[in-house]
Every structure is written in C-alpha cells, then in structure tokens.
Design a protein around this ligand. Structure first.
Ligand code: CA
Length: 731
C-alpha cells in the first residue's frame, strides 16, 4: 500500500508538470460511453464500471434482469439494484454477481423493487457512483477499493427503511446475522459452464447500526429493516468480497481502513490518475473525453483474482481447479480480442502492470496445465486461435516485463498449447493441431469450424513462438519448426482470387467461395476481414498478391465495396449489422479481425491512406456519448485501438517491437515511459483537414519508412510529425 501511495505521489508530480495544476483526468472519463447497447446492436456493450484499475470487483447499477448479460441499458428506466460484477462482456455474462437495493416500499423481488431513475440524477466516475432511486426517495453513493467498497444510503423520513441483498437465485445464498450487524452471502452465478467446487464470490456487508430481519425470498434474497429514519439520515455499509473464504472477505474489509468515504474516493481518484496520467493529451474537449474514456477501458480488465492472506501473503483460488494457491492471478479477458492492441499498450506504457499479469499467466499454466485463451474466470470455450502466444511473446520480449525464469516457463506453455487441445474445450490450445502440423493448414472438410481463420491465427502464433524461442536461445531445430509454420498462411491464400479461402484436405480451395460469407471458414467475419491476418509478414502478403500496388488496391476495395453480408444460416449477428450501418463499406471496425487493416497501407507506396483512414475512424467511429463505440468494446481492445491511433501509431504485429505510423489526434501527447523517460508525440497544427504527415522525425532524425521501434521510443525524446492538408510524404 505504501509503495502504491509513493508511486501515486510521484505520478501526481509528473502529471502536474505536464498538465499544470488541474490534473484530474477522471473528469474526462465517460463511463456511460458504449452502454446504449442491445443484443441486436452493440454500441460498445459496456456498462459503467466503478472500481480500481484492474481491481478484483467492479460496481455498476443493474437495470437488466438477474442473469441477463446486459446489466445496464442506457435506455432502461428502472434500477433493480447496485450490482457487484465481474462481467467482461454480455456474451460471457458474469460470475459471482450479486446486488443490494435500499427501499422504503414493501418490496423484495427484482420486479417489485425496481425504481424509476433518470441519468440526470445519476453520477458515474471511475471511482464513484451515485444514484437517486425515485420510488424510494433514496440516494445511494458507493466507492470501491480493489476488493472492498463502502456505500452510503441516504433515506427519507420513513418508518420502513429496508435494504435487500440479492444473491441471484439458485446459485447464491444470503445469511443475516442481526446481532453482529452483518450479512454474509455467496454467489456462484456463472453462465459459461460450471465453476469448480469451492469457487464462489463470498461477500460480507457490515452496517453501522442495528437492524431486524424483515423476511426475504428463499435463501438467496434477504431483507433487513432499520429503525425509522429522519429525512437525510445516512446508513453506511462496508462491503468486501473474497473467492477464498468469509474470513478472507472480512480481512479484505481492512482495505477500507477507517472507512472515511471521502478519503477512499480521493484514493480511487489518485489510483485512476496514476494510470490515466501516464499518457497526457491536450486538445478539443470531445477528443480528450474519447481518449481518456478509452484509456480507462484499457485499465479495467483483466481483473485481479488474488488476495492478501493473514500474513500478507498473496493467494488466490484458482477458478479452473478450485484450489487455493500462492501468487497473483488475473481473469476476464479474451486474447482473441486483446492480443492485438490492448496487451501491446500495456507493454508500451504499463509494463509494471503487465509484469503482474504475466506472472499470473505463469501461475495459470503451472496450476492448470494450460494458458487461457478466454479466461472468464476459468478457461472458457469461446472464440478461436492460440493467441496467448502473442500475449506471452510480446510481454516476454519487452524489457522488464518477465523474468528469464518466467519467460522460459511460459515458452514451455506455448510449445504445449501449440501441439494439443484441451479436452472438452476447443478454444484452449489448438483445435485441429495435428492436421495443421501435418498439412500446414486446418482443412475445411473435417468438421472444424472457421478453418481458414484458425490457420491464419495459428501461423501468426507460430511466428510469436519462434521469436520468443530465438530470444531465449532455444535450439535452432526447435525454433525452425515454428518459423516454417509461420508461413502457413500461404496455404489458405488463393492466388487466383488474391484472398484467403478455406481449403479441403485434398488441397482444393472452396469451389463455392463467397467473398461475403461469414461464419463458415471465418469466424465473425468474411474473407474481406481475414485476408489481412498476416500480421508478421505483410510484405510477404503483398508479394503473394502481386506486389505493393495490388495490396494497396485490395485495401482500397474494402472501403468501396458495399456492406454486403451473408452466412450464419441467414441469422444476422450484431457484428454484421454494425458493419452495415457504419458507412465504411466492408471495413468492420466493430469487430477485431480487421482493426489493424488500415495500417497495412504503410507497407504500400500510399501510407497517406493509413493516415487518412485512421483519422476517419477516430472521428466517425468513436463518440463521447452513450452510443459511442461502433461495436463491442471487448475488454479494452477497441479502446486500445483508439489510444494507439491517437498516438499516431499502431502495433500491427505484436511481438515485433515495431509500430506502424498513422496520424496523431493531438498536437502534443506526452507519454511517461518506463524508467521515467518522456516521449513526446508532437503534431503542430494537426486537424481533421491537416491529417497527413509530410515528415516524421524521432529525436531530431528523420524516420525513414513508416515504422518506429519500441526500443527507440522507450528512450524518450520527441516523435515529431509535420502535418499537412495534402497527402504524400516529403516536398
Ligand atoms: Ca468482438
């Protein structure tokens, strides 16, 4: 804790130097951005999340029904509870969720107790929420630490000040101990399979006054009643949770210290400013709001799962095995999404944060025998690829993130995952690995779905394994296998079409290939979205297509083609709709596969088109409003795209140590690099019109080509863009 405070103090001094006295960046964060989403149409599929950066629990208001993945809908009119959540996405839903709700009416169940509210009487900050519950004339304010929270409930004058605790039906239970002024509960709510024996969210609420038991419903909803209140009387509730035990939950209450609400809010604000302040931008208010809201979303997931035991030792309950183990652990991220821009961003500006997550991955491997591809909180069956290889390699190749020992252990995990698949979970390891290793691709006729997309991702993942193996000095005959396999993307590249195409076991390409078909050989996209998934060899892709000019033309087509989609048996999945409405042709920024594509112009003679489209996407596909994203935000990934793009660069190939240049959003961006070096990205006069880079210099020297290296940026200095309203480089 002390070290944290010192770090926060140092950060505050640095921030003040960059921003002047007014350095509270949390005021630019709009937690509601992306919350105007439904099953059919996502403008983020986010909920306003209150907590600490990568804390253990998040808090929000619940408008959706218990068990509905859509916890908070911006257009909903009633609040059902103040909810503790760990939901990374409505599609994954939640685990260990529960809620509480103060009432003055005689109600218990979620339908009866729901109260009207308005956004005008609602406050969301990263460190605090406040809501006026109109039907009960009651206000709730809550602030949280990593594992605990404190709530203040302001009642009106009433003879019936109730409070309901809801542990979500059959998966939960609640016990009231009025004599101890305490409620204990447990939630094993989970929708992605089964939680292991022993794994549940155990929570405790402690009240600052006496109360009586006032019924409830079954064993999972309890209601208590306080003595009559005067108008404005405040009941304070101290809350903490644990995955280990009730005893540990009570220990976690210690995070609240003396329970001073205002102090905890300020500590939360400082913790957020420490993260947000590592990248300082100044510009138009709406752009700053978009930037810091996106940056906030990159600092929520994965959530910590570890706690500090009686002697201060770090412990966690493994969400896959159910056993209590030593060390750190994180969960709640899908690598298929987040390998692309989120983890590279952490390595770039938050290596200390990712060092702990990387240690957590090592613990996962040692305890489970696998790396997760989707942790939620255990290793769930969702999406494809073996992109833990990218996450691990990028981390281990970044100085200061992983120890040699950790890197070696994780490398063993990668070799294992590349040549196996977990029983009963085709998303863990590699589905079709034997065929892939033998044929050089996953064939489309062996009942393995998304065969071409899998092949492309495995090939890139192999390149990551090769990179890490070489860096660790592994034998050449071992690493060469992965280098060779990294070329397997060529096996699903159909030269006659110049596009990626599914291929049968006998080597023939799909005779009925449909360029607009989603969901057959490509997951959540069509060939137009996956043809670019050669992150590690864009030059090779250009060559295979017939040269740089052909690649450029193919990239152009993406924006010119109509937003046609077919597939999924005629079902319209929300990603299709989000592409259709965006007016960006086939450029489906609302989903991950194509998000790096704009930057592939850097491999052609027309890098100005990367600058053009990067700015276009920043301006048109992100808004500082509840419908602000153009599809699922996905645990920081789609936000990380914006953060990188605003910096004027993008990690097209994580684990390469290189970034492709784009068009900075701000005239001046200051990044506090590891070791307190300062990187300044400057673009004087930049605007929507002046979006083109005529010249780029780093530390006074011209950047030749369209790429910069992390090794050069981390030393600090100025990356200077000379902007123009005319496209093309030079004079
Ligand atoms: Ca997605």
């Amino acid at each position: 804790m002390e070290r944290l405070l010192i770090a926060a103090a140092v950060a505050a001094v640095w921030r003040a130097a960059v921003f002047g006295a007014d350095s509270d960046l949390t005021r630019h964060v709009l937690p509601l951005m992306g919350s105007d989403s439904t099953f059919e149409f996502s403008t983020g599929n986010t909920y306003p999340a209150v907590g600490r950066p990568n804390g253990m629990h998040l808090w929000t208001l619940q408008t959706g029904k218990n068990g509905n993945g859509w916890i908070y809908g911006y257009r909903d009119q009633k609040i059902r509870g103040i909810r503790q959540t760990h939901s990374p996405s409505p599609w994954i839903n939640d685990h260990g969720a529960w809620s509480f709700m103060p009432l003055t009416r005689d109600a218990v169940g979620e339908e009866q107790r729901a109260s009207w509210f308005t956004h005008k009487a609602e406050t969301f900050e990263p460190q605090r929420l406040k809501i006026y519950l109109a039907d009960d004339d009651t206000t709730v304010e809550l602030t949280a630490t990593e594992r605990a929270a404190i709530a203040r409930v302001v009642y009106p004058a009433t003879d019936t000040p109730y409070l309901v605790v809801d542990a979500f039906g059959k998966d939960g239970r609640v016990e009231v101990d009025a004599a101890a002024r305490r409620i204990r509960g447990e939630s094993a709510f989970f929708r992605m399979g089964r939680l292991p024996q022993g794994f549940a969210n155990r929570f405790v609420l402690e009240f600052d006054r006496d109360f009586a038991v006032a019924g409830g419903e079954g064993t999972s909803i309890a209601r208590i009643k306080f003595a009559p209140t005067r108008r404005g009387e405040t009941v304070t509730v101290r809350i903490a949770s644990s995955y280990i035990s009730f005893e540990q939950a009570e220990r976690n209450l210690g995070e609240l210290g003396d329970g001073d609400f205002g102090r905890i809010v300020e500590e939360g604000r400082a913790a957020w400013n420490e993260r947000l302040g590592r990248i300082g931008v100044e510009g138009a208010l709406d752009d700053m709001r978009k930037f810091y809201t996106c940056l906030y979303r990159t600092q929520l997931f994965p959530l910590a799962l570890h706690e500090f035991g009686a002697d201060g030792e770090t412990v966690h309950r493994n969400p896959e095995t159910g056993r209590v183990e030593k060390g750190v652990y994180y969960a709640g991220t899908g690598f298929w999404d987040t390998f692309r821009a989120l983890f590279p961003l952490l390595n770039f500006a938050y290596p200390d944060v990712n060092a702990k997550m990387t240690e957590g991955l090592r613990n996962c491997w040692l305890e489970c025998g696998w790396l997760p591809e989707w942790s939620a909180p255990g290793i769930v069956n969702c999406m494809i690829g073996n992109n833990s290889a990218s996450v691990v390699a990028d981390a281990c190749l970044t100085p200061g993130v992983a120890s040699r020992e950790t890197a070696e252990e994780l490398y063993r995990a990668l070799l294992h995952g590349a040549n196996a698949v977990k029983e009963g979970n085709k998303s863990c390891g590699r589905d079709g690995w034997e065929l892939y290793n033998r044929l050089g691709y996953v064939p489309r006729d062996v009942k393995i779905r998304y065969s071409a997309a899998r092949t492309l991702e495995y090939a890139y993942d192999d390149w990551c394994i090769w990179r890490l193996g070489v860096a660790l000095g592994r034998p050449k005959d071992e690493t060469d296998v992965y280098l060779r396999r990294s070329g397997n993307w060529r096996n699903v590249f159909d030269p006659s079409r110049g596009m990626m195409c599914g291929r049968a076991s006998d080597g023939t390409f799909d005779a009925n290939f449909d360029q607009f078909e989603w969901g057959a050989d490509f997951i959540e996209g069509c060939s137009w979205h996956y043809t670019w998934s050669v992150f590690h060899d864009v030059g090779g892709l250009a060559e295979a297509m017939g040269g740089k000019a052909v690649l450029a033309k193919k990239l152009d087509e993406v924006f010119v083609l109509p937003p046609v989609f077919r597939g999924y048996g005629g079902r319209v999945i929300h990603e299709m709709r989000e592409m259709q409405v965006a007016d960006f042709g086939q450029y489906a920024h609302g989903n991950q596969p194509i998000q790096h594509m704009i930057y592939l112009y850097d491999w052609t003679d027309e890098p100005w088109k990367a600058q053009h489209w990067a700015r276009e996407a920043m301006d048109r596909l992100y808004r500082p409003s509840p419908d602000g994203y153009c599809g699922d935000e996905d645990n920081g990934q789609t936000s990380a795209w914006f953060v990188w793009s605003a910096l004027g660069m993008y990690p097209v190939c994580p684990a390469s140590g290189e970034y492709a240049l784009g068009s900075p959003l701000f005239e001046r961006t200051v990044v506090r690099m590891p070791g307190d070096a300062t990187l300044v990205v400057s673009a004087p006069g930049v605007s929507a019109a002046r979006r083109y880079a005529r010249r780029v210099t780093l530390a006074g020297r011209a950047v030749n080509g369209n790429f910069v290296k992390f090794a050069d940026l981390r030393k600090g200095g100025e990356l200077a863009f000379e902007m123009s309203d005319r496209c093309g480089r030079g004079d």
